[in-house]
Design a binder for this molecule. Structure first.
Ligand SMILES: CCc1ccsc1-c1ccc(O)c(O)c1
Ligand SMILES: [Mn+2]
Ligand SMILES: [Mn+2]
Ligand SMILES: [Mn+2]
Length: 263
């Protein structure tokens, strides 16, 4: 549903707070720390400093058990929904931290990639291309355009670099609920799908694999990995559709800059 001005203001606050969690955790993301330690640090910051609620904690979408932690941490060939645990991060790893906070009843959802020590050139390139793929999709957002324009832009850019798009998970509407309509696919055909309207708020969160698209779910009932064990990267922003284009709601002081689009 379209958000009112009051709701949009609350979503701006929630989105900024979510982004600030990723700023806060950045200096802790070093070789030797465990993803469970990162979860505790983020949880305590959200609850004790921000007075926000971590949306993932005990979140149970249909067919899933309640999620046991406050953030998602997906390392290397893990695609998404990685559960924080005793795994120590090591130099060369790439890590996605995905944060969703609830403030005053409204959700802010964002994720970033982090380099642990010195990842190799291939790992860095996947992270950089995935970041630009997300922005290529965001750049299509404008009242009157269609959802297919977003997916097509992401798919074309990522696949032109020899990467593959994960199809089983998508972006989503967001507001008083973590997940609302519409589904925002990260692939598709231009000039197809739902028309975008000012006041819509949804996430763009492409998962891109260095190898082939197929994924597998781990025995923990949560963690998704690439079937071919290739590296996977993801970035996520929460976006408001405006008449003139878009407004990114999940920006903060430490947000990486938008890439200069190489043609
Ligand atoms: C823990 C959160 C969760 C559980 C099942 S799907 C999911 C999830 C994780 C990150 C997201 O950005 C998202 O939209 C959903
Ligand atoms: Mn997220
Ligand atoms: Mn999301
Ligand atoms: Mn990954």
């Amino acid at each position: 549903p379209l958000k009112s001005q009051e709701e949009i203001e609350k979503m701006r606050i929630a989105g900024k707070l979510a982004s600030e969690v990723l700023d806060y955790i950045t200096p802790f993301v070093k070789p030797g720390i465990t993803t469970a330690e990162l979860d505790t640090l983020c949880h305590d910051y959200m609850v004790n400093v921000q007075d926000t609620i971590p949306a993932p904690l005990n979140y149970a979408p249909p067919g899933y058990p309640p999620y046991p932690k406050s953030i998602c941490t997906s390392v290397n060939h893990q695609v998404c929904h990685g559960v924080p645990g005793e795994k120590r991060l090591k130099s060369g790893d790439i890590l996605n931290i995905d944060v969703t906070v609830i403030k005053d009843g409204y959700h802010g959802d964002t994720s970033r990639m982090y380099y642990i020590g010195e990842p190799g050139i291939q790992a860095r390139r996947l992270c950089e291309i995935t970041y630009e793929s997300m922005w290529r999709g965001i750049e299509e957002i404008k009242s009157g355009k269609q959802l297919g324009d977003i997916g097509h832009a992401i798919q074309r850019f990522a696949e032109s670099h020899g990467y593959s798009i994960v199809r089983e998970f998508c972006g989503h509407g967001i507001g008083v609920k973590f997940h609302e309509e519409p589904q925002v696919l990260h692939y598709g055909r231009a000039h197809t799908g739902l028309k975008l309207e000012a006041g819509m708020i949804f996430t763009v969160e492409p998962m891109i694999n260095a190898g082939k698209a197929p994924i597998r779910q781990m025995a923990d009932g949560w963690t998704i990995v690439t079937k071919d064990h290739s590296l996977s990267a993801q970035w996520e922003h929460t976006i408001l559709v405006t008449d003139s284009g878009y407004e990114v709601l999940t920006l903060s002081a430490g947000s990486p800059p938008k890439p200069a689009f190489r043609v």
